[in-house]
Design a protein around this ligand. Structure first.
Ligand code: GAR
Length: 195
């Protein structure tokens, strides 16, 4: 069993999908034993507590230039094998990513390489997709390296864009049809293949 840490910033619906996957046996090669939020007000923290998972806050505001060192220290103290960025709204430097090479995965709400990289996060991604006029979007789970949204792709799933979509409506459809499905499956794949 691999030790999994999930890093969050907000609502935590992807964290919830992972907790559910653990409960229904889709995630079986690893166990979520830590949730870290950079935002003390994230609802994701409550989801972790409800599921009996240790949840801690580590914020840039409190830690300043020590932020990534502190994150690394917490992750090592829990013997973390695999890290999931599940709506974690911080860009991590090479110092952090090289500490956990091929052990960090991220879910991004578009079909990479479209609408990704610095500045593309949350609803902004869906607004950009609608502004461009794409008829198909989706979600991507990928390994995390020093290039924002630039690591090797693990899974993708396409989602239809419909007439009249708003960023909020499209975000919900992409989450339901793609993110909440491919994130647990990708995590199980990575945990089961890790030596
Ligand atoms: C999700 O749509 C996730 O893909 C996105 O933020 C949302 C978090 O929702 N992540 C990014 O945009 C990262 N670049 P959640 O807190 O409910 O899981």
């Amino acid at each position: 069993m691999k030790n999994i840490a999930v890093l969050v910033s907000g609502g935590g619906t992807n964290l919830q999908a992972l907790i559910d996957a653990q409960q229904n046996g889709i995630l079986k090669s690893g166990k979520i034993n830590l949730v870290i939020s950079n935002n003390p007000d994230a609802y994701a923290l409550e989801r972790a507590e409800k599921a009996g998972i240790k949840a801690v806050v580590c914020s840039k505001k409190d830690e300043g230039s020590n932020f990534e060192d502190k994150l690394i220290e917490i992750l090592h103290s829990e013997k973390t094998d695999v890290i999931v960025l599940a709506g974690f709204m911080c860009i991590l430097s090479e110092k952090f990513t090289s500490e956990f090479t091929d052990r960090i995965i991220n879910v991004h709400p578009s079909l990479i390489p479209s609408f990704c990289g610095k500045g593309f996060y949350g609803l902004k991604v869906h607004k950009a997709a609608l502004d461009y006029g794409v008829k198909v979007t989706g979600a991507t789970v990928h390994f995390v390296n020093e290039v924002p949204d630039g690591g090797k792709i693990i899974m993708q799933k396409a989602v239809e864009v419909k007439d009249g979509d708003t960023p909020e409506i499209l975000q919900k459809r992409v989450m339901e049809e793609a993110e909440w499905k491919i994130l647990p499956l990708s995590l199980e794949k990575v945990c089961s293949q890790l030596k």
